[in-house]
Design a protein around this ligand. Structure first.
Ligand code: MLT
Length: 393
């Protein structure tokens, strides 16, 4: 028996597990510390009423012989695929319901999609990056080419036409930096992906934070994307579903490589390895897309947006360079006084009892940077900013 030796080349633990471990060690030693968590992007506001009501109704259905549901369709129930289709249509993107696959969150699908691709492919990944893109490719032993995201390019790297790539990852609004690609920039990426015959994996998990109508929320707003892109989205941040688990992946019927339809291959993969998201969760997800559900989500998103603005304003007042915080729940800041990322993490935890994410955990270009999230309560965010000012002013 041989192990997949590529696992041995990974960092010992996943970034957010490492942070959780360090924080619990600190709180065990300092039980009096009132720690405020702005590290992992986990939401704190509850589900909207429409989703909760739908969950209750679905639970009742599951308790009666006449309305009980067993295995559902692996690609998701039609009622939810139609709701997602209509959501896209609400901002001008026309999809076929068959292009939409319901899953248990974007993270799983972003990792699992790699089943479709050969291990010999060259993968183009921005640095800094959401670690899932990097680690899932390292697990398969794929060759990764990193593209530099930095202050000079506003943490929005653009394609180099001389660089060969088969698989390309983009996330906009970006995790971890909060930077958002413009329509023109994404058009350039789509042209590059089509010219390379590459597949562009587009993570749109934070699209609900985009308020500027000039900024694209979906890669399918860009001409030419249907022949090169797959989009991953999730209700985690849009609707507070981090603990519910529901997302969707869009693979247009026009996307073909080597003469094969990627949509058909993904369907084959899902029907073999996945039994679908649970029925009550899909009912709750469908309720999110009703007018009442959307209104409930809008109110919660507004709370997070105000938190992000407060963080951004505080950093501006402190004279600290940062990006994000507008059209995004993430704020990416330069560590003060030339500190390294983990050094600043320790300082914040010990002196202000604040938790953030060290930029270096997202890649070498993240060294010297730090990520804060806007998903806390307004009170906790206010308190965190007071502590930050006291520490750094
Ligand atoms: C993050 O903090 O980067 C995200 O919450 C992680 C995720 O969505 O998996």
């Amino acid at each position: 028996m041989k192990l997949n030796e590529h696992y041995l080349s990974l960092e010992e633990s996943y970034l957010f597990s490492e942070i959780a471990h360090r924080v619990s060690r600190y709180t065990a030693e300092h039980p009096e510390a009132q720690v405020i968590r702005m590290g992992i992007g986990d939401v704190t506001l509850p589900l909207c009423d429409a989703a909760v009501q739908a969950l209750h109704e679905a639970a009742d259905e599951q308790g009666k012989k006449e309305t009980f549901h067993g295995y559902g369709p692996e690609q998701g129930y039609d009622f939810l695929r139609e709701a997602v289709k209509n959501y896209y249509a609400s901002y001008g993107v026309t999809l076929d319901a068959a292009d939409i696959f319901i899953g248990d969150g974007a993270k799983s699908d972003v990792g699992n999609i790699l089943d479709l691709f050969d291990a010999d492919n060259t993968v183009l990944i921005p640095d800094p990056v959401y670690p899932v893109y990097r680690d899932t490719n390292l697990m398969a032993g794929r060759r990764i080419v990193y593209m530099d995201a930095n202050r000079e390019n506003g943490f929005l790297p653009m394609p180099d036409p001389t660089q060969k790539a088969d698989i390309i990852y983009l996330c906009s609004p970006n995790n971890p930096t909060g930077a958002v690609y413009s329509r023109d920039q994404l058009t350039e990426w789509v042209r590059y992906a089509n010219a390379q015959d590459a597949v562009l994996l587009f993570d749109a998990a934070y699209e609900a934070f985009v308020q500027d109508p000039e900024l694209p929320r979906s890669i399918f707003e860009i001409e030419g994307a249907r022949t090169c892109a797959i989009e991953f989205c999730s209700l985690s941040k849009t609707a507070g579903f981090t603990g519910m688990r529901c997302g969707y992946t869009v693979i247009p019927g026009d996307l073909k490589r080597g003469g094969a339809s990627l949509r058909a291959l993904w369907l084959r993969r899902q029907t073999t390895k996945f039994n679908g998201a649970s029925y009550p969760v899909q009912r709750a997800a469908a309720a999110v897309f009703t007018p009442e559900g959307m209104e409930g989500c809008r109110k919660n998103l507004e709370v997070y947006r105000q938190n992000a603005l407060l963080i951004s304003r505080t950093l501006t007042d402190l004279g600290i360079w940062h990006v994000g915080g507008v059209n995004s729940p993430y704020i990416w800041m330069q560590c003060p006084n030339g500190m390294r990322s983990w050094e600043f993490f320790d300082l914040l935890l010990e002196k202000a009892h604040l938790v953030g994410t060290p930029g270096s955990g997202f890649g070498k270009n993240g060294e010297g940077f730090f990520r804060l999230t806007a998903f806390g309560s307004p009170e906790a965010t206010q308190e965190a900013m007071e502590r930050l000012k006291k520490l750094l002013a």
